[in-house]
Design a protein around this ligand. Structure first.
Ligand SMILES: [Fe+2]
Ligand SMILES: [Fe+2]
Length: 378
C-alpha cells in the first residue's frame, strides 16, 4: 500500500520545509504544455435523455447562461485600501490572525500599519489570481471531457460547462486587470495538481480531479468569500460564478456515481489515492508562499506562523465542506478499509461527511433563485 512519501512526496503532511521546497520555476513562461494522453471518443448512440439527471442538468445550463460583459456592474469603483480594511483587517491587524501572536523575534516584529495593509492587498491579488488560473484549468479539463466521456448526455452538458468556464476566466481576468493592482503566476502546488489531472488518460479521473476536488473546493471558497466580502462587484461576480459551479460539481457527482458502482476495490483505491493527493496539493496551495516572497519576509517563518492561527485552520477546514460529503456519496470514503476516511481524519476534515452533497444542491444556487429572493441576498 502506497505511503505518504510515494503519494505526496513527504512522510509528514505538515512538513513545511518539504512543502516550500517545491517552487514555480516557470514564472516568465507565456505558455505551459501538458501531455493529455487521452483518446477522443465518438459515440453513435445519440439518444438524448438516456441519463435523465444529466439531461436535466444540460437543460438547466442552457437557460442559465449569463454575460460577463453586461451582467456585472463593472463601473463599480473599488477602493482597495477600504476593501482590505473592511475585509482583512477588521478582525485582526493582518486578517490572518498572525498579529494576534507574540511577534517578538519574528519578521513581523516591527511591521507598521502600511505593511499590514500591503499584505492584505497582495493577499487579495494572490487569491483572485489563483482562482483565475484554476478557472483556466477547468476550461481545459472540461474541453477534454467533451472529447473523452463516452455518453452523449455528458458530452452535451460538458459543452455548456466549457462556455461557463470561458466566462469565469474572462471575469476573473477582467477583475484583476481593472480593479486590482497586479496578479500572480500560478501557484506551484495548484499547477502540479492541474498537470496531474490533465495528464491522466482515464476520463473519470478528469471528473474526479476537476469537478469533485478542484471545483468542490472552489464552490466552498467562493461561498466563504462571497459571504465575507463587502465589495459589491466581487460579491456579485462570485454569486454568478457559484450558480454555475454548483452545476459543475453536480455534473461530477452524477456522472461518477454511475461509473464507480462497477469499479473493483483496486480501481477504487486508485481513485481514493488520487482524491487524497489532490486534497493535500490544494491545502498546500493556500499557504500562499508567493505572497511572503513578494513581501520580502522569510517564507518558512511566515508559513509556520500562519498555519497555526485559528482563522487559517477554520478556513482550511471549510474548504473541504463540499468535497467530503461528495466523496462519501461516491463511495470513496469507506472502500478499502475506510482508507480515504482515515486520511480525511488526519487532515481534520471528516466532520463534513454528512453535510449536504452537491448532486442536487445546484437548484438552490441558481440565478433565478437570486432574482426571486431579491438583491439582498447578493
Ligand atoms: Fe469555473
Ligand atoms: Fe466550474
Amino acid at each position: 500500500m502506497a505511503d505518504n512519501a510515494q503519494l505526496i512526496g513527504r512522510d509528514d503532511v505538515d512538513d513545511v520545509e518539504a512543502i516550500l521546497s517545491i517552487v514555480n520555476t516557470e514564472v516568465d513562461e507565456l505558455v505551459h504544455v501538458v501531455e493529455d494522453n487521452a483518446d477522443a471518443i465518438f459515440t453513435w448512440d445519440y439518444e438524448k435523455g438516456a441519463r435523465p439527471a444529466l439531461d436535466r442538468l444540460y437543460e438547466k445550463a442552457k437557460t442559465s447562461q449569463w454575460n460577463g460583459s453586461t451582467d456585472l456592474p463593472w463601473d463599480t469603483e473599488v477602493d482597495l485600501e477600504k476593501v482590505v480594511a473592511q475585509n482583512f483587517l477588521q478582525n485582526s491587524a493582518d486578517g490572518f490572525g498572525i498579529a494576534d501572536f507574540d511577534l517578538v523575534g519574528t519578521p513581523f516584529e516591527k511591521w507598521n500599519d502600511k505593511q499590514w495593509m500591503e499584505l492584505g492587498i497582495e493577499s487579495n491579488n494572490w487569491t483572485l489570481s489563483q482562482f483565475m488560473h484554476g478557472e483556466q484549468g477547468a476550461l481545459i479539463c472540461t474541453a477534454k471531457i467533451v472529447e473523452t466521456v463516452p455518453w452523449i448526455d455528458a458530452k452535451y452538458y460538458a459543452a455548456t460547462q466549457v462556455m461557463d468556464e470561458a466566462r469565469h476566466v474572462e471575469v476573473f481576468a477582467r477583475y484583476l486587470d481593472e480593479k486590482l493592482t497586479g496578479h500572480y503566476p500560478v501557484n506551484t502546488h495548484l499547477r502540479l495538481l492541474l498537470d496531474d489531472i490533465v495528464n491522466d488518460s482515464r476520463w473519470d479521473m478528469t471528473y474526479l480531479g476537476m469537478q469533485i476536488m478542484v471545483e468542490g473546493l472552489a464552490l466552498a471558497a467562493f461561498g466563504f468569500i462571497h459571504t465575507m466580502t463587502t465589495e459589491p462587484l466581487l460579491k456579485q461576480l462570485l454569486r454568478y460564478v457559484m450558480s454555475d459551479e454548483a452545476r459543475h460539481v453536480a455534473f461530477g457527482v452524477l456522472s461518477l456515481q454511475e461509473y464507480y458502482v462497477n469499479l473493483t476495490d483496486a480501481e477504487m483505491f486508485e481513485r481514493q489515492q488520487f482524491a487524497y493527493e489532490a486534497s493535500v496539493r490544494m491545502r498546500d496551495r493556500f499557504l500562499q508562499q508567493e505572497v511572503w516572497e513578494r513581501m520580502g519576509v522569510d517564507v518558512k517563518t511566515a508559513v509556520e506562523l500562519v498555519i497555526n492561527t485559528p482563522a487559517r485552520k477554520l478556513f482550511q477546514m471549510m474548504l473541504f465542506s463540499k468535497i467530503v460529503p461528495n466523496c462519501k456519496k461516491l463511495g470513496l470514503l469507506d472502500r478499502n478499509d475506510q482508507w480515504l476516511r482515515r486520511r480525511f481524519e488526519e487532515l481534520g476534515v471528516i466532520q463534513f461527511e454528512d453535510w449536504v452533497d452537491t448532486g442536487e444542491e445546484y437548484e438552490s444556487f441558481a440565478i433565478e433563485e437570486l432574482a426571486r429572493s431579491g438583491a439582498a441576498t447578493l
